[in-house]
Design a protein around this ligand. Structure first.
Ligand code: RP5
Length: 178
């Protein structure tokens, strides 16, 4: 797991001295419990990222600025998580040509079905690659992004194959509880 960080007090988390290639953004620090499953995968694959709160509704001008500068700052992908009226991934996709991977965060009353539908139902022409609600979606967004980067990066491809092989071995060694 990555270091625990307080996104209320930390404007951003930059994991290495390298320029980030992935932006992990979320609508609230309350999304971090879920979104840290994306950054844990990026940590495991040594991908330089930044993690920030960029609320579509509470800080819309910051969101516009983030999207407008994402490509020029060298971001190759953005993982955006939000819950409820989850406009952040879609708005980010509208603001930049950098590919956006959307993670529906479980919400208090509708358990994230609202988040999922808000993120997945994009109008034609402005895509958000949308993943499962919650932790699996966050981790899989990062893994899918890595699979894309690995198509042109043999070192990353080898790491991804090793990761998948370990997963297969773990599944094969599973026993049904007696
Ligand atoms: C959304 O509202 C956030 O993405 C979060 O999932 C949800 C609730 O935010 P908080 O009230 O917990 O800050 O914008």
């Amino acid at each position: 797991m990555p270091d625990a960080i307080d996104l209320n007090t930390a404007a951003s988390k930059d994991v290495t001295n390298q320029a980030p290639v992935v932006g992990v953004i979320m609508g609230s620090s309350s999304d971090w419990d879920v979104m840290q499953h994306a950054t844990a995968v990026l940590d495991a694959f040594d991908i330089a990222y930044e993690a920030r709160v960029v609320s579509a509704h509470r800080m819309p001008h910051d969101m516009v600025e983030y999207g407008a500068t994402a490509a020029a700052r060298g971001l190759r992908a953005i993982i955006a998580g939000a819950g409820g009226a989850a406009h952040l991934p879609g708005m980010m996709a509208a603001l930049t040509e950098v590919p956006v991977f959307g993670v529906p965060v479980p919400s208090k009353y509708l358990r994230g079905e609202d988040s999922l539908l808000s993120i997945v139902q994009m109008p034609k022409g402005v895509p958000v690659a949308t993943f499962a609600i919650g932790e699996a979606g966050a981790a899989n967004a990062a893994l899918h992004l890595i699979a894309n980067l690995a198509t042109t990066n043999p070192v990353l491809r080898e790491k991804l194959i090793q990761y998948r092989t370990k997963q297969t071995e773990a599944a094969r060694s599973m026993k049904v509880p007696q």
